[in-house]
Design a binder for this molecule. Structure first.
Ligand SMILES: Nc1nc2c(ncn2[C@@H]2O[C@H](COP(=O)(O)OP(=O)(O)OP(=O)(O)O)[C@@H](O)[C@H]2O)c(=O)[nH]1
Ligand SMILES: [Mg+2]
Length: 218
């Protein structure tokens, strides 16, 4: 019984990878750049989407796909911020998005009308990292109140991402967070990963993040 488990998991992930490649081909054909936002619950994924859409929607057409266990609250926030389209995927209890779920949501967006797609994954530091979606880059949003030990405790997610946002830096005076210790943990797992310390609340550091997103798309 136990011997069959690993091949089955490999088969599921293999099928997911094939579908992720199909999603990627759709993005490339329509000239859309796609980002996958991963983070713990409450780290600020939707807040960063709101700030990004608000700042860039004059220059770029941005669509947002929000993965959540239930509710359409996050997609509503993205739409209110000015997203060209905002689609909610309710995973029905699943702790991550996968390429099948994304493929099913894509027909609700006219990819030919957008430049940038931001996918908000389900708030979770473990499962989303195992499922490729076909997006071009993955961004991990860490946040100060989560604590400085998270790279050490959740290495899989920190290892695989293309960029790291450290959100809620406005809370540094109030929360015990050793930035050096945090960054050392990240450096071992993902040497040289581009990092954006910022605050969605005060907008400190936001310009550098926005410039990075813009040069990816244009
Ligand atoms: N102080 C502070 N609070 C922030 C900042 N960014 C977001 N928040 C707050 O953090 C809480 C969670 O933010 P969200 O953007 O909803 O986080 P999320 O990662 O999308 O959460 P889930 O989708 O539920 O996983 C909200 O109360 C935000 O107002 C920040 O930079 N500083
Ligand atoms: Mg959210």
């Amino acid at each position: 019984m136990t011997q069959n488990r690993i091949p089955i998991v490999e088969k599921i992930l293999g099928a997911n990878d094939r579908l992720a490649a199909e999603n990627r081909a759709c993005f490339d054909k329509a000239n859309v750049f796609a980002l996958n936002f991963m983070a713990s619950p409450g780290a600020g994924k939707t807040s960063l989407i709101e700030a990004t859409v608000r700042a860039l929607s004059g220059k770029l057409h941005i669509a947002v796909i929000d993965g959540d266990i239930a509710t359409s609250l996050d997609a509503d926030r993205a739409a209110a911020a000015g997203a060209t389209s905002a689609v909610q995927i309710n995973t029905g209890g699943e702790c991550h998005l996968d390429a099948v779920m994304l493929a099913q949501a894509l027909p609700q967006i006219n990819l030919n009308l957008i430049d940038l797609l931001i996918v908000e994954n389900v708030g979770n530091l473990i499962c989303p990292a195992s499922f490729a979606l076909g997006t071009h880059k993955s961004v991990l949003i860490a946040s100060i109140p989560e604590g400085d030990d998270k790279p050490y405790k959740y290495p899989g997610t920190y290892r695989g991402v293309d960029a790291l946002v450290i959100n809620k830096i406005d809370l540094l005076p109030y929360v015990s967070f050793r930035m050096d210790y945090f960054r050392q943990g990240v450096e071992v797992l993902n040497p040289g990963v581009i990092t954006f310390p910022l605050s969605c609340r005060t907008e400190e550091g936001l310009e550098t993040w926005l410039a990075w997103v813009e040069q990816l798309v244009l």
